[in-house]
Design a protein around this ligand. Structure first.
Ligand code: VG1
Ligand code: CO
Length: 553
């Protein structure tokens, strides 16, 4: 049933179960989002929970995946019916996640809607997602995502506006009822922000001197940003950016910038006559992987190197206030913070937990082990920003990636690090595994694992990580089981909050080596004892029925 008044209609709907946002918004199969009213219910819940949107500005765009354009048209009409004054929408429905954050802040928007399932595959059989960002430009904090979810559990109607689709393929201004729609260039505001942070002339000179880079945009959202900035403004030769045109199915590939899914890039950087620098970004351009010739950089090390060298970069030359990392991220940045006498915060997984610290001026740089780094320039992690940071560092030091990272290890020690993912595991088995681990926590405390033949470790702390936000006092519990050894080595277990099939178990492994003589050891070898301990304690093989991890990064 639908009642029409002045173009605005109220449509009767019924509740869909399971619309609770996870680590980063609501993510489901495209086919789930295509069900009648499914997207509309969630969008109406946003308008109901954030009444300030009425009369305010909303930023709207996505990572270019299948269903983005259709969803943008639906949301524009609902925004008009819900009294939004102005929508800034990216041309072609495209806006990277960090660009949304930048544009919300620059134009004082009330918030933004990002249509993305980030690093998850796209296409008609792939994934889709929606995320609400608040006035500071960052992901909505848990109290808002929870309120949105609660609203979806009682929803009975939503508002929409009857009109023809807006032409979002070309720049321009339109009206939809009383609402103004401005189709904006997705790149220019973001590019301007980057120019203020980095020494573009030094990077230009680096490219002009014959240095080479390969940026793999993985047929996703970073393509237009990297092409315009790196090839356009910074003068890198054409062809530096590959897979630079966003495709609705990402060319059938998995737009997750890690050595497994960006294996083509890794192969190019390991080849003879490899470029000096390589980088890749994910579906919505908030993640980054950076690598040098014959040299991979872990995201945890990347964050630590950035913190240690921030004073060399224009935008951070005045000094950084502090650093933050998600709990499973390695302690490499902690070592830098200690030496530089900087505050260092440990938060749960997900960028939304950095927002308060950034807003309060407590931290300047943040990072996650999942190929995400960022700073206070926006309130999202930022893939292209991280790549420009590294380019700037290479350009002004004249050093190679390998030289920078190995010198860093010499100074701070090396934190060997790896994440083992077991994807699409049976949900009950995964929950059982976590419950089994939880039940062992009290008895693990102080335990000498060597006595059980489990390697030379004694447990210093075994707990289920809980976070008390130092700014707003909110508490987040059950954020991952961590087993920390007396030498600082760690094994962490979490279930993913972004997957769309069964459960994904993430096992995070970390071991510190101060001794330079050990720095050349292969990572999985260095972590071998911890891998055995993780399997024994969690009974991974028997409970998941898997012999090996699906993805090792
Ligand atoms: C994963 C990562 C987490 C990241 C999140 C969103 O979450 O582990 O570090 O913040 O994805 O990244 P989970 O719950 O699956 O472990 V993205 O690039 O999807 O916005
Ligand atoms: Co992403």
């Amino acid at each position: 049933m639908s009642v029409l008044t002045m173009g605005v209609s109220t449509v009767t709907t019924q509740v869909y179960a399971g619309q609770r946002p996870g680590t980063s918004g609501l993510r489901k199969k495209v086919t789930v989002f295509q069900q009648p009213h499914y997207l509309e219910n969630f969008v109406q819940a946003i308008f109901d929970v954030v009444p300030e949107l009425k009369g305010g500005t909303l930023v709207l765009g996505g990572d270019g995946r299948y269903h983005n354009r259709a969803a943008v048209q639906t949301i524009l009409k609902m925004a008009a019916a819900n009294g939004v004054a102005r929508v800034l929408v990216g041309q072609g429905a495209l806006l990277s996640t960090p660009a949304v954050s930048c544009i919300i802040r620059k134009y004082a928007a009330v918030g933004g809607i990002v249509l993305s399932a980030s690093h998850n595959p796209g296409g008609p059989d792939g994934d889709f997602g929606i995320k609400y960002n608040v006035t500071n430009g960052g992901p909505a904090p848990e109290k808002i995502t929870e309120a949105i979810y609660q609203a979806t559990t009682t929803i009975s109607e939503y508002k929409t506006y009857s009109a023809a689709d807006i032409d979002i393929e070309s720049l321009g201004e339109y009206t939809l009822g009383d609402m103004q729609v401005i189709v904006i260039d997705p790149v220019s505001d973001y590019a301007e922000l980057m120019e203020g942070l980095f020494d573009f002339s030094a990077i230009r000179a680096w490219f002009a001197s014959g240095k080479r880079m390969r940026f793999d945009a993985m047929s996703a959202a970073s393509g237009p940003y990297a092409t315009r900035i790196i090839e356009g403004i910074l003068g890198a030769p054409k062809g530096t950016v590959v897979n630079g045109i966003p495709l609705e199915d990402f060319g059938g590939l998995h737009p997750d910038p890690n050595p497994v899914y960006a294996d083509d890039l890794v192969a190019h950087l390991m080849a003879t006559n490899a470029p000096d620098f390589g980088a890749a970004s994910d579906g919505d351009a908030d993640r980054n992987m950076v690598l040098g010739r014959n040299f991979l950089v872990t995201p945890s090390d990347s964050l630590a190197v950035m913190a240690a060298n921030a004073k060399l970069i224009k935008g951070y030359a005045a000094g950084i206030a502090g650093v933050a990392r998600s709990m499973p991220t390695s302690c490499a940045v902690d070592a830098v913070a200690k030496k530089l006498n900087l505050p260092c915060f440990e938060t749960p997984t997900g960028w939304k937990f950095f927002g308060n610290l950034l807003d309060a001026g407590k931290v300047t740089l943040c990072g996650e082990e999942s190929y995400g780094t960022g700073s206070n320039h926006v309130r999202e992690k930022d893939g292209v920003w991280a790549v420009l940071f590294w380019l700037n560092l290479l350009a002004i030091t004249g050093k190679s990636v390998e030289e920078i990272v190995t010198a860093h290890w010499q100074e701070y020690g090396r934190h060997f690090y790896s994440r083992h993912d077991y994807e699409a595991v049976d949900t009950a088995a995964a929950n059982g595994l976590m419950a089994h681990l939880r039940s062992q926590l009290p008895s693990l405390q102080g335990k000498n694992l060597q006595e059980q033949g489990l390697g030379a470790f004694t447990v210093a702390l075994a707990d289920d990580f809980a976070y008390d936000d130092p700014i707003d006092g909110s508490r987040s519990e059950q954020q991952g089981i961590r087993i920390i050894m007396t030498d600082g080595s760690r094994v962490v277990f979490r279930l993913s909050g972004t997957g769309t099939e069964g459960a994904t178990l993430r096992v995070y492994l970390e071991k510190f080596a101060a001794d330079v003589a050990q720095h050349g050891v292969e990572t999985q070898k260095a972590l071998h004892d911890l891998i055995v301990i993780a399997d024994q304690l969690a009974q991974i093989k028997t409970r998941t029925g898997r012999d090996a991890a699906t993805v090792v990064t």
